[in-house]
Write a protein that binds this ligand. Structure first.
Ligand code: IMP
Length: 419
């Protein structure tokens, strides 16, 4: 390992939770560096399904889990996730950065209000992610460490609530109940204070001691605020570089970056999706793959694997290898397609580079390669036949090895192609 970053290579929901859980066996620490409860992981261990939005799934394995300074945290949900783990006999070894920002109910209210007003809706998860990051950048946000100090919290909350009330007034919305909010968050501080700490110090120390740190990205590369399909993106840096700023570790401390890619593509929310299937086949993949949001339950849009999209992720994250997930979902199809290039509809030229802007992207259409499908037998007890050929072609197109292939929900349904 010693420090490995795992990122999504598409628009999120690539199955990172399962891969992180699989790799967590050799990790001492599992850390998250961005996002909040807009993320959702489902991990199945021995038939039991665990769902998390904040806590890294490594907690199930009893690993130390860290929520980094780059995150935005809803403390009510954090408490609930801790309680759920405890109910299952797991006492999480958890550290939350004092520098992580805190989500308030008014952030969620504003998220919904802003979306409602927008002509071209982003389709956010309405978890208050964007508004909380906005306050962070505006330097009026409240951080996890502030929850422990009642006096500091009161002073900072007064400033924040004052600002937010002005905003709510513009939406003709009732003002925030300051006292109620303060009391609620003082309570969270009392309950969660014991988890507050310094993630940069902890991780650097662990690395100095030769420990293995698994760093888990949320969402996907194409939802990154800088490198994604802006403005249809989330409000944080989902790419591997975000791990440095979001945890307080220097780039030279990262040894390996792995990307998770689904064997097809999905997207939830609005925004460009060149290989989207608008027909019955798209619906079939959605049903078979259970493509409904873990966080919002929304149906995910489904389409073919887009090698142009993933190759871009290989570049911006400097991926060393890829873990391919949900290959089994495509089993039984007569033929499958891969987008290998984009064709410019104006000039007729083809490119293997993902366009820089949405306007440019609109002028392109996917160029497909078609493959014969495979049967159940090809994904059981190792990869064979057309399933293996498909994976090898993806590997060739993306330019990095595919080392792990997921062929089912459970931890044991993971094929190791290369150690
Ligand atoms: P936000 O992160 O809630 O602001 O949503 C912004 C965009 O990112 C929307 O299109 C969401 O559907 C998408 N998004 C946010 N989190 C996830 C995720 O964990 N998986 C997939 N899409 C996500």
């Amino acid at each position: 390992m010693p420090a490995t970053v795992i990122v999504g290579t598409q628009w999120g929901d690539e199955g990172k939770g399962k891969i992180v859980d699989f790799l967590a066996e050799n990790a001492d620490i599992v850390a998250r560096y961005q996002g909040g409860d807009n993320a959702g992981h489902t991990v199945v261990v021995e038939g039991k399904e665990y769902r998390f939005h904040l806590i890294p799934s490594g907690a199930i394995r009893g690993k130390k889990v860290i929520l980094g300074n780059g995150m935005v945290i809803n403390p009510a949900l954090l408490l609930e996730e801790i309680r759920r783990l405890q109910e299952n006999g797991i006492e999480p070894d958890l550290l939350v950065s004092k520098k992580a920002h805190v989500i308030f109910p008014f952030h969620r209210r504003l998220d919904a209000l802003k979306e409602k007003r927008k002509k071209e809706k982003i389709g956010t998860t309405k978890k208050g992610i964007g508004p909380a990051y906005t306050d962070k950048v505006a330097r009026i946000g409240i951080r996890f460490g502030d929850l422990i100090d009642e006096h500091a919290l009161k002073m900072k909350l007064e400033v924040l609530v004052d600002e937010k009330n002005k905003e709510l007034e513009r939406y003709d919305e009732p003002p925030i109940d300051f006292q109620k909010t303060l009391e609620e968050y003082v309570f969270y501080g009392k309950q969660l204070g014991k988890y507050a700490g310094d993630c940069s110090f902890e991780i650097n120390k662990a690395l100095d001691e030769g420990k293995n740190v698994l760093i888990e990205g949320a969402q996907g590369t194409h939802l990154d605020i800088d490198h994604g399909t802006y403005p249809f993106v989330t409000s944080s840096n989902t790419v591997a570089g975000g791990a440095c700023t979001g945890l307080g570790i220097g780039p030279t401390r990262i040894d390996e970056v792995a990307g998770v890619a689904k064997a097809y593509t999905t997207r939830v929310g609005a925004g460009a999706f060149p290989t989207e299937l608008h027909d019955k086949l798209g619906e079939k993949i959605r049903e078979k793959g259970g493509e409904y949001g873990t966080t919002t339950g929304r149906p995910r849009r489904c389409g073919w694997f887009d090698a142009v999209l993933v190759k871009y992720s290989v570049r911006v994250n400097a991926l060393d290898w890829i873990a391919l997930t949900k290959l089994d979902v495509l089993t039984g199809l007569k033929t499958v397609k891969i987008c290998v290039a984009y064709k410019n509809l104006v000039t007729g030229e083809t490119t293997e580079e993902f366009p820089q802007t949405l306007e440019e992207l609109e002028h392109h259409e996917p160029v497909y390669e078609e493959f014969p499908g495979w049967s159940e037998n090809d994904v059981k007890n190792g990869l064979k036949g057309n399933a293996l050929k498909y994976v090898k072609r993806l590997e060739e197109l993306c330019g990095v090895p595919i080392k792990l292939v997921g062929v089912g929900k459970s931890r044991s349904e993971t094929i190791i192609l290369e150690d």
